[in-house]
Ligand binder design. Structure first.
Ligand code: UDP
Length: 487
């Protein structure tokens, strides 16, 4: 048995190759490294390029952090060569199931590295559920990082435990999600496909749930003060071990880290900074739907018309579904782009999101409620217009609008498969939501002030003595007591 004497722990961090996981994973690894842990991030060459500058800067500051490369099995997986990240695959919706199938191909290379280096612990992506067993064979504790919040973990658990959706006939009638600290209502149309019928992800989801129970515990990108009732519910009622360690985006302290986070920005810093600097505080709406969502031309036009009608200044990160949509939008957009000149900035690929949210001119965020975006908005004190699309985003919306009361819902009702498009949110609904949040009404001002309070709490959580800081140090001390793996 080891003791808690001062020795340096070595940890493997192993993210899945999707921006919504890779980005917070790198932040998380850097957080542990700043607490004195020797950190090795395992990833493929093209993914490593996305954050190698940041890691170099950390090394120069004296942190013990490095990257270990493994190949991406494009050929074996039947995926196009030269692409290694979910967000970059051409024709993404068609290859998504191949991508998920490819994840088991990483097992052997990972196991070989584990054998060779015998780290003290592993933090693995929730989509690599086999890591729990592979690590256990060598006596290495493994933790899971799920890139979501306690609230959504609790909602998911309720669906597994009580299956409230199974007796509901209508897709549009609301029903209560049982056993939660608040009365949370959803409709069947908002639920993950996998809950309603078997999908290519069903087997993996089952394995994920199983491995969560057998792992050392899970790490959550959240802070206690944000969702205390749900952090307690997860630990005490559901009975799982969990550490809140967020907001992990705060690992990015300097401008270079923030501006290169995830990818190189596709707009020059001088351009957007000058533009935002010319705007009044809280007057600009930031519109972005994460790293994988892409809209059809029809939906993009509704957004354009909705924002235009609201009269609001905005920055919009615009990604289109396919070539056909791109062509249609080029014609329809000419007029729109003329009308919004000076009032709107359109970015066609990757935005430096953290820097936008930090800017005092940005006063609202139209978001798909991906947990990273949601957490980044909360951490920057920016209230939201919620427009969930897929994954657990409809749950996250309820946390934002109903529990935290820092957002207005645009009224999205239908779950989308990634890259697909079912229901169109209409321009009137978009305009109404924008006016409600940005129009200066009393309710909106209350949301803004609640968001500001959450930002302060988020900052305190990661300072020495704060709740997330204390959780990270407690976990490190606990892991030091774990028997060291034999070399
Ligand atoms: N992001 C960014 N620039 C963009 C689009 C996304 O920096 O133009 C980042 C964003 O800050 C967040 C992540 O990509 O950290 C997206 O994760 P999220 O969970 O919000 O959504 P997902 O991409 O998984 O749907």
């Amino acid at each position: 048995m080891g003791s808690a004497e001062a020795y340096q722990l070595h940890a493997f961090f192993f993210p899945v190759m999707a921006q919504g996981h890779l980005i917070p994973f790198v932040d998380l690894a850097r957080l542990f490294s700043s607490h004195g842990v020797k950190v090795t991030i395992i990833t493929t060459p093209l993914n490593a390029r996305r954050f190698s500058n940041t890691i170099e800067r950390d090394k120069q500051l004296g942190l013990d952090i490095s990257v270990q490369l493994i190949p991406f099995p494009s050929e074996e997986a039947g995926l196009p060569q030269g692409y290694e990240n979910v967000g970059s695959f051409p024709n993404f919706p068609a290859v998504i199931s191949k991508f998920f199938n490819s994840l088991s191909l990483f097992q052997q290379p990972f196991e070989d590295l584990l054998q060779e280096h015998r780290p003290n612990f592993v933090v693995a992506d929730v989509f690599f559920p086999w890591v729990t067993d592979v690590s256990a064979k060598l006596g290495i504790p493994s933790l899971i990082f799920d890139a979501t919040c306690f609230f959504s973990l609790c909602v998911s658990d309720s669906f597994t435990r009580y299956t409230p959706h199974e007796n509901i006939k209508s897709e549009t009638d609301t029903f209560v999600v049982p056993g939660l600290p608040d009365k949370i209502e959803l409709t069947r149309s908002q639920l993950i496909d996998d809950l309603k019928k078997p999908t290519h992800l069903s087997k993996m989801m089952e394995r994920i749930r199983e491995s969560e129970g057998r792992s050392f515990g899970i790490l959550v990108n959240s802070f206690y003060e944000l969702e205390p009732a749900y952090a307690d519910h997860y630990r005490k009622v559901i009975g799982r071990k969990a550490w809140h360690v967020g907001p992990v985006s705060f690992s990015n302290r300097d401008i270079a880290d923030k501006s290169e986070r995830g990818n190189r920005a596709s707009i020059d810093e001088h351009v957007w900074l000058k533009w935002l600097d010319s705007k009044k505080p809280n007057s600009v709406l930031y519109v972005s739907f994460g790293s994988v969502a892409r809209f059809t031309a029809a939906q993009v036009l509704e957004i354009a018309m909705g924002i235009e009608a609201s009269g609001q200044s905005f920055i919009w990160v615009l990604r289109l579904k396919d070539e056909d949509s791109k062509q249609r939008i080029t014609e329809d957009f000419e007029d729109f782009e003329k009308k919004i000149e000076g009032r709107g900035l359109i970015i066609r690929d990757w935005a430096p999101q953290m820097l936008f949210l930090d800017h005092p001119a940005v006063g609202g965020f139209v978001t798909h409620c991906g947990w990273n975006s949601t957490m980044e908005s909360l951490s920057a004190g920016v209230p939201m217009i919620t427009w969930p699309l897929f994954a657990e985003q409809f749950y996250n919306e309820k946390l934002v609008t109903q529990v935290l009361k820092v957002g207005v819902s645009v009224g999205a009702m239908e779950y989308q498969t990634i890259g697909g498009e079912k229901a169109i949110v209409k321009r009137e609904d978009i305009k109404n939501a924008v006016e409600q949040l940005m129009g200066g009404g009393e309710e909106a001002e209350q949301m803004r002030s609640r968001a500001r309070e959450l930002k302060e709490k988020a900052e305190r959580a990661l300072e020495e003595g704060g709740s997330s800081y204390a959780n990270v140090t407690a976990l490190i001390e606990e892991l030091k007591l774990h028997p060291r793996p034999a070399i």
